[in-house]
Design a protein around this ligand. Structure first.
Ligand SMILES: Nc1ncnc2c1ncn2[C@@H]1O[C@H](COP(=O)(O)OP(=O)(O)OP(=O)(O)O)[C@@H](O)[C@H]1O
Ligand SMILES: [Mg+2]
Length: 370
């Protein structure tokens, strides 16, 4: 921290014309231990040249980004939001709290199913705190040469301790899986021990975040190190409505049947809602339309559901049949004919409903009299 601020001071002095002082400060910093010397770089204390690198693959083990508040929308249920804000306050007032002997370590573990906004929460927190987000790529970290991992881990923590930042261990289960894991027990044990040592050696004030969607795999000893633990649930109806509105934005159709959309997207994650919305928006833009077509939106949602349930849909016929089974009311034969730009007769053939419902739908004959 001190060298970070010294670097900033040198920059300011130079800007205001005091080159000599600035040079003296930089010379001192240059003589500081190697790790600290990088702190003079960049106004935000980020040095891209000196990111920790995996010894074997030479891949960076850390991503540095600086999320901004307006670019990171986050929808949380109110109880969870309260806990997130509590963590934020605890980080912001860490010094005062620790003077009063009431501080908790700035460590948060987020757990929950895939696509529920765990990574988004890390970005959001970094944005709120206005510090860089250092995301550890746990896949690279668990290097192919497993013996390297502990050393990689140490480098990452050292790097994070040199500057104000949020250190984020994403997909953390790759590192913190239970010590009794069948896979390569010895090596994983060593990794977990190294992890625990690194966490223990870290100042309480460094903000550490970890996310996992396999909370049951985490070693209880790892679990205990996090003073804050927040579950990210699948979105409930209220959240889904917010997510749909947010991701469709001004492209939402004027008379959108929101209640139906919310109902039909039950058990769908925020990530899927985002994906479906963006796909439908893209279709609208390419078709030169100012709004998303509602039927198209439901179609995309239906196809996403098939994917979630691992139903392979390799042909148009399979899609049509799936959608029809998924929701007969939304996907009337007419709607399907319109969506797939085929005749009503063709749709009836595909769904083989021609004889079953007397070739009729909504009381109108399917095959128009000549
Ligand atoms: N609660 C939410 N609020 C806002 N956006 C969300 C929410 N949940 C998901 N999203 C959107 O879905 C995308 C994926 O979310 P994110 O990457 O944060 O999920 P995750 O929980 O980290 O998933 P995984 O476990 O697969 O890593 C994000 O880009 C975000 O825009
Ligand atoms: Mg994630």
């Amino acid at each position: 921290m001190a060298s970070n601020y010294a670097g900033l001071l040198a920059d300011k002095l130079e800007l205001s014309g005091d080159r000599q002082q600035a040079r003296q400060i930089r010379e001192r910093l240059a003589r500081a231990p190697v790790g600290l010397a990088t702190a003079q770089d960049g106004a935000r204390g980020i040095s891209l040249d000196n990111l920790p690198v995996d010894g074997e693959s030479r891949l960076h083990t850390v991503d540095v980004s600086q999320p901004t508040a307006d670019a990171v929308p986050l929808v949380l249920p109110s109880a969870i939001e309260m806990r997130v804000r509590e963590f934020l306050e605890s980080v912001r007032h860490h010094d005062a709290l620790s003077q009063a002997g009431a501080s908790l370590a700035n460590r948060l573990l987020v757990h929950g199913p895939p696509g529920t906004g765990k990574t988004q929460l890390a970005r959001w927190l970094a944005a709120q705190l206005a510090v860089p987000l250092l995301t550890v790529r746990c896949d690279t970290l668990v290097s192919s040469l497993l013996g390297q991992t502990s050393r990689n881990l140490r480098r990452v923590f050292e790097y994070a301790e040199q500057r104000p930042c949020v250190l984020f261990l994403d997909e953390f289960d790759a590192l913190g899986s239970a010590r009794g894991n069948e896979r390569d027990v010895g090596e994983l044990q060593r990794v977990v021990i190294a992890l625990l040592q690194n966490i223990d050696a870290m100042p309480d004030s460094t903000v550490l975040l970890a996310s996992t969607n396999h909370d049951q795999l985490l070693d209880p000893a790892v679990w205990r190190r996090f003073s804050f633990r927040i579950p990210m649930p699948m979105p409930d109806a209220v959240m889904r409505e917010l997510l749909w509105s947010q991701f469709l934005g001004s492209y939402a159709p004027k008379d959108l049947r929101m209640a139906t959309l919310v109902g039909r997207s039950e058990s769908v994650s925020g990530a899927v809602i985002e994906q479906v919305s963006l796909d439908a928006k893209r279709s609208a833009v390419l078709a030169g339309l100012p709004h998303v077509d509602e039927d198209e939106l439901f179609r995309r949602l239906g196809l996403a559901m098939a994917l979630m349930e691992s139903v392979p849909l390799s042909t148009r016929e399979a899609e049509i049949n799936w959608l029809r089974r998924w929701d007969q009311k939304i996907f009337s034969l007419r709607t399907l004919a319109k969506l797939y730009k085929i005749s009503l007769r063709h749709v009836t053939n595909i769904t083989q409903e021609g004889s079953a419902d007397g070739n009729k739908e909504d009381g109108k004959p399917l095959i128009e009299p000549e």
